[in-house]
Design a protein around this ligand. Structure first.
Ligand code: AHG
Ligand code: MN
Ligand code: MN
Length: 348
């Protein structure tokens, strides 16, 4: 059988892409390249488990005891363990931290430590797991600040500005890996038949013209005046400070940040999770700077968008604790500015 392929299409695997990017830096040692590759591998394993969905329950493996009386592991725990296990012994990391674990994850003294720090949200959108809706994994890579030996909490508490690389995997209709190391944003799609991520979305730029706003509008009654007015502005029903109305945008909200973010990155728009007063845990917003905010903020900025906590750029926030939450506005540059404007005007 013959398959026709256009002569001018170059097939670029993720490995080749990482290597080519690495060559731009003559001083590069290849450690970051290998670390990214390990994360891609973890993504493949997690994808293979998420696509099995409820099968795990009946065939063995998730949460409770299955019909055979076997213990089953929850998918978010499994994803958490997969990322840490694939990275704990490679000698590339000084320390890790995961949204699923309270403290830092030290590297066992049995293994060498390396110069990078990995923070991750193993399974984002976990409330969607049972409904066959897109979920994802988010990762953030920093250079260690401590000199050597075991990495510290301080190594994990860095500003988004200091990110070396960040990205996410999305487990959707197809599995994709999207990342930046400060040289643009690149997206790869997993070809499940050969098990390789292939470059399908080189140099992603967020469209200038926004299409969507994404927020859990069910909580509107718990929002501040500024956030409510900003939302009505996005709907085309409220003027900005200059008395200008905009054309209303479409609302899209999946409830998996990775998936909402990914759609807006490709289609144009803004995602936000503001402070709301419904839940005392979320008085500073729900999402975490370290595992969710900063890594996606770096991607956004590299794709031509921006991000804010409502007052300042998310990348400039110095986290003081590992699981620190933040209100978050992320995506189209103009709309993020407008959010800040409404908050400045109405929320004192
Ligand atoms: P996680 O599953 O990692 O805990 O994150 C869930 C987050 C995020 O993915 C999503 O945007 C948000 O929670 C949804 O929250 P609401 O259900 O409150 O809208
Ligand atoms: Mn999350
Ligand atoms: Mn999570």
């Amino acid at each position: 059988m013959f398959i026709k392929t256009p002569d001018d299409t170059q097939i670029m695997t993720i490995e080749r892409h990482f290597l080519e990017e690495q060559q731009i830096y003559p001083e590069a040692t290849g450690v970051l390249t290998s670390l990214l590759y390990d994360i891609a591998l973890a993504g493949k394993v997690i994808a293979s488990q998420t696509t099995r969905g409820g099968l795990a329950e009946i065939l063995g493996q998730s949460g409770n005891t299955n019909v055979q009386g076997e213990q089953v592991m929850k998918l978010d725990e499994l994803a958490d363990r997969m990322v840490s296990r694939l990275n704990d012994h490679t000698g590339r990391l000084a320390v890790m931290a995961s949204e699923e674990q309270e403290g830092i994850i030290p590297i066992s003294p049995r293994y060498p430590t390396g110069k990078y720090v990995l923070l991750y949200d193993p399974l984002d959108g976990s409330s969607n797991i049972d409904y066959n809706v897109s979920i994802g994994t988010i990762f953030a890579i920093y250079r260690r600040k401590s000199e050597d030996g075991p990495g510290t909490l301080d190594d994990c508490l860095q500003k988004g500005r200091d990110l070396v690389a960040s990205g996410y995997l999305i487990y959707g209709a197809s599995t994709m890996l999207v990342y930046t190391s400060g040289m643009g944003v690149h997206g790869f799609t997993l070809d499940p038949s050969v098990g390789e991520f292939l470059l399908t979305h080189p140099n992603i730029r967020m469209p200038e013209k926004p299409k969507y706003y994404s927020v859990n509008q069910g909580y509107e009654k718990f929002w501040s005046e500024g956030v409510r007015r900003f939302t009505h502005y996005l709907q085309g029903d409220e003027p900005d400070a200059d008395g200008q109305y905009r054309k209303g945008l479409s609302l899209r909200y999946i409830g998996s940040m990775v998936a909402d973010f990914h759609r807006n990155l490709l289609g144009g728009g803004v995602f936000y999770y503001p402070v709301d007063n419904k839940d005392p845990r979320y008085t500073q917003g729900k999402l975490r700077i370290t595992y969710e905010g900063a890594p996606l903020a770096f991607i956004t900025e590299q794709a031509g968008g921006s991000s804010s906590n409502g007052k300042q750029n998310l990348l400039d926030i110095q986290p003081t604790s590992l699981h620190q939450r933040t209100p978050l506005y992320i995506g189209n540059r103009d709309l993020v500015e407008k959010a800040e404007e409404f908050i400045r005007l109405y929320d004192r």
